[in-house]
Design a protein around this ligand. Sequence first.
Ligand SMILES: [Fe+2]
Length: 297
Amino acid sequence: MPEGVFTAPLKRPDHLGEDWLEPKQTEYDSDDDAIWNDLFARQMEVLPGRAATAFMQGLEKLDLGRGGVPDFGDLSAELGRLTGWSVVPVPMLIPDHVFFWHLANRRFPAGNFIRTRETFDYIQEPDVFHDVFGHVPMLTDPVYADYMQEYGKAGWKAMRHNRLKALGSLYWYTVEFGLLQEAPGDIRAYGAGILSGPTEVVYAVEAESPNRIMLNVDRVMRTDYVISDLQPTYFVIKSFEDLYQQTVERDFDRLYRTLDPGFTYANTAVIDVDDVLHPGTLEYTLRGGRGSGAKAV
Ligand SMILES: [Fe+2]
C-alpha cells in the first residue's frame, strides 16, 4: 500500500459495534468550531457560480453556515424530512461492506473528527468538514439521494464479483469528483472531493488542463484514478436523473462479468467513444502535478 493512503483498519476498535458507529458525536470545543467556520468561509469565496445549484441549495436547507460543527442529530432530522437520509458518526474510514450497508439504508457515515490548523489545507483522511460540508448537502436532492442508496446496493454485487475497484471508480468520478452540465456552457461541480477544498473547484470547472468528458458508467468503471492530486479527467453528467438512470438500468452482474480485474484506461486517456466537452491540455499533469510546482491551470 503506498504511503499516506488511508484504508479502514483491519480490526474494529473495541468500543464499536458491528455497525462501526460511534455511540455519539464528538463534542467539539471552540477551536474546532472556529476551524469549521474558517473552512466554511473559505469555500464560500469560491463556490458560488461553480458549485451545482442543488449543492448550494442543500447548504441553505440544512443551514450549514449557522456556525460551528453541525450537530448530526439536527442534520438527520432535517434530512429525514427532505429525503429520508440521516448522518451517522464513524471514527475513521470504515470497511467497504459496512459503508455499503449504511448507504443502502440511507445512512451517511461521516467522520467524527475535525482537522487541525496544521492540516487546515490538506488532509487525506476524510474529516467532518469533508464529509458533512462536502457530501451531505447533495443528499437533500431527492434523485441524488436515491443514487447514493443504489450505489450502496451495487456495492454488495461488486464484492461478490470481486470488482470493487471498478465500482470505486464510479464513486470517485461521481460522488467525489463529479461535474454537472446545468446548461450548455455552464459546468458546475457536485463532487465532495472538489467542493470541500479551495483549489480543485476552480481547476475542475475552469482550467484548460483537465479533460471534461460526458459520463458513461461503463467507461468510467474501466478508468483508473489518482487519489492524491488534481484529476487529469472529469466526467460530466447531464442531470442527476441521467446518473441515476445509468446506474439503475445497468445490469451490474453482466457488467462485472465483462470487466477485466484491472483498469483498461489511464486517467489521462480520451477514447474513440467519448463525448468530449473539453479536450484538456493536460499541462498540469504533464508538468508533474502536485509537488512539481506546476500551476493548476
Ligand atoms: Fe468523500
